[in-house]
Design a protein around this ligand. Structure first.
Ligand SMILES: [Mg+2]
Length: 334
């Protein structure tokens, strides 16, 4: 003969073990679930003959799980017995209203449990008076609606937090500018657009001159402040479509969609002059003057991928440094 299957949904492992021992001794097959969601899943797939359910559980509680179980066609008539430690007035009625057939109070009386289970399997159930039914059903619905609202709110908090995490992973912490990861992704996208629409795309790799000396002379904190001020100066009058980000260390990358070589050199020179003429704020009493070197390149048929473009901009930047810094050099220019 096939064993009678009992599903016990309970977050407390000791209770699960205790009940399983008692009921297995009586010849029942005992299945366990440690939370509401997995309990619902198991009840669907295993179709137990009786379900014992703890009321107090994190996540979905016992009453919410019961209401959900009752809406599953083949579980409409399965005995569901609530287990709870609380002895508050109305708890029994609340369990019944949620869809439980009856109620067992914790701690479980192991001597009586087998008899009680047998009674439940034979169809023993609690009923409520019509007045009680109306009263508790209203309360139950109100509570479900409130819990649902809380859960939806929590979900939207989580998706907000996730969005902030994504933003953080694309932002340079020190300057607040887009970071290298973002720049690489954006360059790839802009390059695809430029190729598709046969439009221009230029980029500028720029580097703060003698940054090591600034750090050595003024300290790393002042160095960081210089980078932060420089970031602001670089962004001072960028066009909406331009992208300026920190590529790493004291290197910044500027992406200029729909800007040709001539335009890019103009932008580079404007940036260079502005930096040269601006007092940068630091944590020190005296502001700092710095210069930048810039390597400029423009997308053309030859430079087909983003690595090529970056490499060309880097090469031009290297030349600008070699020629004495504080200047812009176009890739390929002698
Ligand atoms: Mg519990």
């Amino acid at each position: 003969m096939e064993k009678i299957k009992i599903l016990y949904i309970e977050d407390n492992a000791e209770n699960r073990l205790l009940v399983r021992r008692v009921l297995e001794t009586e010849g029942y097959l005992v299945l366990e679930a440690e939370d509401g969601i997995s309990g619902i899943r198991k009840a669907k797939s295993e179709q137990p003959d009786l379900i014992l359910i703890d009321i107090m559980m994190p996540g979905l509680d016992g009453r919410e799980v019961t209401t959900r179980l009752r809406s599953i066609p083949h579980l409409e008539k399965t005995p569901i017995i609530a287990l709870t430690a609380s002895v508050m007035k109305g708890d029994k009625e609340r369990a019944v209203t949620a869809g439980c057939d009856s109620y067992l109070q914790k701690p479980i009386d192991v001597d009586r449990l087998p008899d009680q289970i047998e009674q439940f399997l034979l169809g023993k159930r609690e009923t409520l008076s019509p007045e009680e039914e109306v009263h508790y059903l209203r309360e139950h619905n109100k509570r479900l609606a409130e819990r649902l609202e809380q859960k939806v709110e929590r979900l939207s908090d989580i998706s907000e937090a996730n969005k902030r995490l994504v933003d953080m992973s694309l932002t340079d912490e020190l300057t607040g500018l887009p970071n290298r990861r973002y720049l690489n992704r954006r360059l790839r996208e802009e390059l695809a657009m430029a190729q598709r629409f046969r439009s221009s795309l230029s980029c500028i790799m720029l580097d703060l001159d003698h940054f090591k000396q600034i750090n050595d002379a003024l300290g790393h904190q002042a160095g960081d402040a210089v980078l932060q001020s420089l970031a602001k100066v670089l962004c001072a009058d960028k066009r909406e479509y331009d992208v300026i980000g920190r590529y790493g260390g004291e290197e910044f990358l500027v992406l200029l969609p729909q800007v040709d070589a001539q335009g890019a050199i103009t932008v580079a020179e404007r940036l260079r002059k502005r930096v040269e003429e601006t007092d940068l704020a630091t944590n020190l009493r005296k502001p700092v003057r710095v210069t930048i070197s810039l390597g400029v390149t423009t997308f053309n048929e030859e430079a087909i991928n983003e690595e090529d473009l970056i490499r060309r901009a880097d090469e031009a930047l290297y030349r600008a440094k070699a020629r004495g810094r504080n200047r812009s050099v176009m890739f390929g220019e002698n």
